[in-house]
Design a protein around this ligand. Structure first.
Ligand code: ATP
Ligand code: MG
Length: 313
């Protein structure tokens, strides 16, 4: 039997999935330059196909209005989070998507428990919520810079050395709660190499139109590259779960990262398989009454006209 679209996508993303329970060492387990033997031209065509698929499924998700999707993007600076969101979501109805970016927490956010600000920005039913950085910052930047943990004013017992193990468990439990309540949690780590980051920073410095993207803080963060790689490896090992697995997307080639992200999100939507609601007996009768009333005003071809328009497109 020929492989269908869903199977093809599932097979494409399989090598990127972090097997729940496995121990990840980013440096050896995932290659930031992997591209599945695709050429860029093939990649561009595939992305266009992916964008169309997302449009179709997002419309169905919104119409069904019972399930939602949370898409979390994590990465080092210059890995292409913004461009990935822009390209992958380029075909979908903006009304059904909500993007939230998370920066250094405000005083108000610090007055709450650490998951509070993420909880406030979750998607509604029928929506795709994109987290540009996410609750995972709480076990990444906060781990690499202990002063951020101090600012969170945890009670003494919350500050012990087990804090990271505990956070992994709390995050896993929170995601499980979301999944069990109808919200799929999709997690993508854009895996950039240190050399590619260096090149991208240099081009942000050299090209005037890219200067605005560069901040000297980015180079300061880069000095902690090793600590981040360790924090990412441990986080991926501890929080890739059967209900919300991580995908490690090779990010040295932007075009390839975008297809992967589209495929991973597409796969999640296909698993939900949202359906347009069908109308009941009474609503059908009401539709027919309305149709008769409109027809009395003059001739009209309804669905036939729509089909004709679609063929012309
Ligand atoms: P871009 O640079 O493309 O605008 P960005 O996501 O890097 O996007 P910035 O404003 O440059 O945005 O950086 C946000 C910073 O906030 C990052 O360095 C991130 O690690 C930091 N951050 C996010 N969450 C937390 C947190 N909970 N505690 C401390 N720092 C955080
Ligand atoms: Mg930045």
């Amino acid at each position: 039997m020929a492989e269908n679209r869903a199977q093809r996508i599932a097979r494409f993303i399989e090598p990127l999935r972090v097997r729940p329970g496995s121990t990840v060492d980013l440096a050896t387990d995932f290659d930031p330059r992997y591209k599945a033997d695709l050429t860029k031209a093939e990649g561009v065509a595939l992305l266009a196909e992916g964008v169309e698929l997302l449009d179709e499924f997002q419309a169905r998700l919104a119409a069904q209005d019972s399930r939602g999707v949370l898409f979390c993007l994590q990465a080092m600076d210059a890995a292409g989070k913004d461009g990935t969101i822009r390209h992958v979501m380029s075909g979908v109805n903006p009304q059904g998507v909500r993007v939230s970016s998370f920066k250094v927490p405000s005083e108000e956010e610090l007055d709450h428990d650490y998951l509070w600000r993420y909880q406030c920005r979750l998607p509604r039913r029928g929506e795709i919520g994109i987290f540009n950085r996410s609750h995972y910052e709480e076990v990444l930047v906060v781990r690499v810079h202990p002063e951020y943990l101090r600012r969170q004013r945890l009670p003494e017992e919350g500050r012990d050395p087990d804090v990271w193990e505990r956070r992994y468990r709390e995050i896993n439990d929170w995601e499980r709660y979301l999944v069990e309540n109808g919200f799929s949690v999709v997690k993508v780590f854009l895996n950039l190499s240190k050399e590619e980051q260096r090149q991208r920073f240099l081009s942000r410095i050299d090209l005037p139109e890219k200067n605005w993207k560069f901040s000297s803080a980015d180079v300061r963060e880069r000095r902690h590259w090793g600590a981040y790689q360790r924090a990412f490896s441990e986080m991926l090992s501890a929080t890739s779960t059967p209900w919300a697995p991580w995908y490690v997307v090779p990010a040295d080639r932007k075009w390839f990262a975008r297809i992967c992200a589209a495929a991973i999100l597409g796969h999640a939507l296909m698993e939900i398989d949202p359906q347009y609601p069908t109308v009941g007996e009474q609503a059908r009768k009401d539709l027919m009454t309305a149709r008769r009333e409109l027809e009395q005003e003059g001739p009209g071809s309804g669905a036939a006209r729509d089909r004709k328009k679609k063929r012309r497109k």
